[in-house]
Ligand binder design. Structure first.
Ligand code: AHG
Ligand code: MN
Ligand code: MN
Length: 327
C-alpha cells in the first residue's frame, strides 16, 4: 500500500479545511526552503547577511530568504490574520482580525549556524487563533496552539505536524515533491539514555542541571546505574527530531549567563511548538519550573528555559529544580 499524502492525511484526521490550506502553504514553503539550502553554496547564500535581527543575532542571507518564502507562500491563506517571525521585529498584520482567524508564529530557519558546515537545519511553526473580532493580541499561552510542526532539511526533507492528538511525520519524495506519511503516530519513549545540552556552558549552569548532567556522566557507576550518551547539533529541529525517533532529553536551561534574557530559545516559535509536538508524542516539556505550554507570554520574541523529551527524564529534571528551590 502506498503511503497517504499530506492532503489525504489532513482530510482523514479532521483538520479544518482552512488549516489544510495553511499547512499546504507551509509544506510548499518548506520545499522551497529545502531547495534554497541545498543550492546555497552555488548561489553564494550560505554566509552572513551583514545585519542583525531583533534578538541582536547576526542574520544569515538564508534566514532572510527563508522568512521571505514563508511570507510569500502563507500570506494568501484565507483565514491567516498575522505573522510573527523570528526575523521580523513587529507583528505583520495581513487582514482585520476576526474571531477564529489564524495567527502563525515561525522560525523560518532554525540552526542556521549549521548552514556553512552542511548539517541539518529546519523551520518551526505554531498556529493559534484570534480570540475576538478586532483583537490584535498575539500573546497567548502555548496551550492555545491548535497546530504545531517543523520541517527538517537533512538527508531527506521531512515535515512533522500535530494538532494535539497524534504526531505525524511526512517525507518529501525528491522526484515528485510530494509529502507522504512515512512516520505515523510518532512517540517519545518514556525512558532514555541520551541527553542533549551545550556543555560549553557548564560553568553557568544552576545546581539542578549540574546534578542531572553529572549523574548522566557518572554512568553505570553513578546513581542512575546506567550509561548515557550525549548528542548536540546546535540545531533544535535536528535534536528534537532525533528525540522523536529514538528518545532522549533536550535542554537549553536558564543559566547564570542567560537568565536576565529569560533563557536562549524563543517561546512563541521555538519552545511552544516543540513542546506541543513532544507532549502530543507522550513526552514532557518543562521550563524546569512548570510546563512550557502554560507560560503566559509578555512579548512576541520572549525567551524561555527549555527542557523537552522523554517524560521520565523531564519529570526528574523538574524534581531536581523543585528540590533545589526547597533548600
Ligand atoms: P536559530 O538558528 O533559529 O537562531 O536557533 C538556534 C538555536 C537552536 O536551534 C539551537 O538549539 C541553539 O540555538 C544552539 O545554541 P548554541 O549556539 O548555544 O549551541
Ligand atoms: Mn531557532
Ligand atoms: Mn532561526
Amino acid at each position: 500500500m502506498t503511503a497517504p499524502t499530506l492532503r489525504s492525511y489532513l482530510m482523514q484526521n479532521a483538520y479544518d479545511p482552512d488549516l489544510v490550506f495553511l499547512l499546504e502553504d507551509i509544506a510548499t514553503a518548506s520545499r522551497a526552503i529545502a531547495s534554497l539550502v541545498r543550492t546555497g553554496a552555488f548561489e553564494g547564500n550560505l554566509g552572513s547577511a551583514g545585519q542583525t535581527n531583533v534578538q541582536g543575532e547576526t542574520q544569515k542571507t538564508l534566514d532572510i530568504m527563508a522568512n521571505d518564502v514563508f511570507e510569500r507562500e502563507c500570506a494568501n491563506s484565507p483565514r491567516l490574520a498575522a505573522l510573527v517571525s523570528e526575523e521580523v521585529e513587529e507583528v505583520t498584520w495581513l487582514k482585520e482580525p476576526k474571531i477564529g482567524d489564524y495567527l502563525l508564529y515561525f522560525d523560518p530557519l532554525d540552526g542556521s549556524s549549521n548552514l556553512d558546515v552542511n548539517l541539518s537545519v529546519g523551520s518551526i511553526f505554531s498556529v493559534m487563533q484570534v480570540q475576538a473580532d478586532g483583537d490584535r493580541n498575539v500573546l497567548h499561552a502555548g496551550r492555545n496552539q491548535i497546530c504545531a510542526g517543523y520541517a527538517v532539511y537533512g538527508p531527506s526533507t521531512m515535515l512533522v505536524i500535530t494538532q494535539g492528538d497524534e504526531v505525524a511525520g511526512f517525507s518529501c519524495q525528491p522526484d515528485t515533491g510530494e509529502f507522504c506519511l512515512t512516520h505515523p503516530k510518532m512517540t517519545v519513549p518514556a525512558e532514555t539514555s541520551e541527553y542533549a545540552i551545550n556543555t560549553s556552558r557548564a560553568r553557568y549552569w544552576h545546581d539542578p542541571v549540574k546534578r542531572y548532567v553529572d549523574e548522566c556522566v557518572a554512568g553505570k557507576e553513578g546513581p542512575r546505574g546506567r550509561s548515557f550518551n550525549m548528542r548536540w547539533t546546535a540545531s533544535m529541529v535536528a535534536d528534537i527530531h532525533r528525540i522523536l525517533i529514538r528518545g532522549g532529553v533536550f535542554l537549553y536551561p536558564a543559566d547564570s549567563n542567560n537568565q536576565k534574557a529569560g533563557g536562549k530559545l524563543r517561546l512563541m516559535y521555538e519552545a511552544n511548538p516543540m513542546a506541543m509536538i513532544i507532549e502530543s508524542a507522550g513526552g514532557g516539556a518543562s521550563t524546569g519550573f512548570g510546563p512550557i505550554l502554560e507560560v503566559d507570554p509578555e512579548a512576541p520574541h520572549q525567551r524561555v528555559p527549555v527542557i523537552l523529551g522523554s517524560r521520565d527524564e523531564v519529570a526528574l529534571l523538574a524534581q531536581y529544580h523543585s528540590d533545589a528551590s526547597a533548600t
